[in-house]
Design a protein around this ligand. Structure first.
Ligand SMILES: [Zn+2]
Length: 278
């Protein structure tokens, strides 16, 4: 399983909503305090959440936002974080780091083998102006994410277009997989300098970024449907890719073997014939 990207986090959000919306937290057990980033004292985090009801679950980029009565809990799964809903008497293991026990006897467990995930607690409305959300660029389906906006952002940097698009200040939600897919679909070589793209190419790229992410989100209900694994955790099947993970397989457009190079330290898949540098 690859690192979750925006469409996968959206699938988790929808699944989690069905599982825990309306449940009230009876207690919070924190076994690995480093996951709790705000407030500084994990005991305060646990105390504030006690008695709170989960009203809804939102998403900003790859962050999940648990909207409670008096707080918003911002959670990032990073590499390996997963939520699962269990009965309190079910056994857990050493990778379960935060347990939210509900008043109905169920437990929402946060399990994270790498321990890179984070949780921040805010008063409602406060979260948008504070790290980690304050520096994020627009959502790909937001009104302000226009092709003119993308052009302005890309004109400011001579980094490779792939690197510029991975920057969550440009647009949120593009990770290593979907950025490769969007660049392929737009016919843009990933090493092209961001400020050298023509207006026409930026228009195409803008449309393909939106299409790629939206198709993956839409597929969340069918081909990328979420599933509950043997540990009771929410996972997901990913969309079929054109280039990502397809090294030495023929391009679906032209039959050329897909290449893999490193751009900005990230493994990058592309078709050398379909994606030309400008
Ligand atoms: Zn090709």
């Amino acid at each position: 399983m690859d690192v979750p990207e925006l469409p996968e986090v959206e699938t988790v959000r929808r699944t989690l909503t069905g599982l825990v919306k309306g449940k009230t937290i009876k207690s919070v057990e924190i076994r690995w305090p480093n996951i709790i980033k705000r407030p500084a004292e994990p005991e305060e985090f646990a105390r504030k959440l006690t008695g709170e009801t989960i009203q809804s679950i939102g998403r900003r980029g790859k962050f999940l936002l648990f909207h409670l009565d008096h707080y918003v809990m911002v959670s990032h799964l990073r590499m390996e974080g997963k939520y699962g809903l269990h009965q309190a008497e079910e056994p857990d293991d050493k990778h379960v780091h935060v347990i939210f026990t509900m008043t109905d006897g169920t437990q929402l467990r946060y399990r994270d083998v790498r321990k890179f995930g984070t949780m921040h607690l805010f008063k409602p409305g406060e979260e948008a102006g504070e790290l980690p959300l304050s520096q994020l660029g627009p959502e790909p389906d937001a009104e302000e994410f226009t092709s003119a906006y993308l052009k302005e952002r890309l004109a400011k940097t001579n980094r490779a277009v792939k690197t510029a698009l991975l920057d969550q200040k440009t647009v949120v939600g593009l990770g290593n997989i979907y950025v490769d897919e969007a660049l392929f679909r737009a016919g843009v070589h990933p090493e092209t300098k961001a400020n050298q793209l023509s207006d026409k190419t930026i228009k195409t790229l803008h449309a393909e970024i939106k299409n790629t992410l939206q198709e993956a989100i839409d597929a969340g209900g069918s081909t990328v449907r979420s599933y509950i694994n043997s540990q009771g955790e929410i996972g997901m099947f990913q969309l079929q890719h054109f280039v990502y993970g397809k090294k030495d397989e023929p391009c679906k457009n032209c039959g050329t073997m897909i290449s893999k190079i490193v751009v900005g330290g990230r493994g990058t898949h592309f078709c050398a014939k379909c994606q030309k540098k400008e």
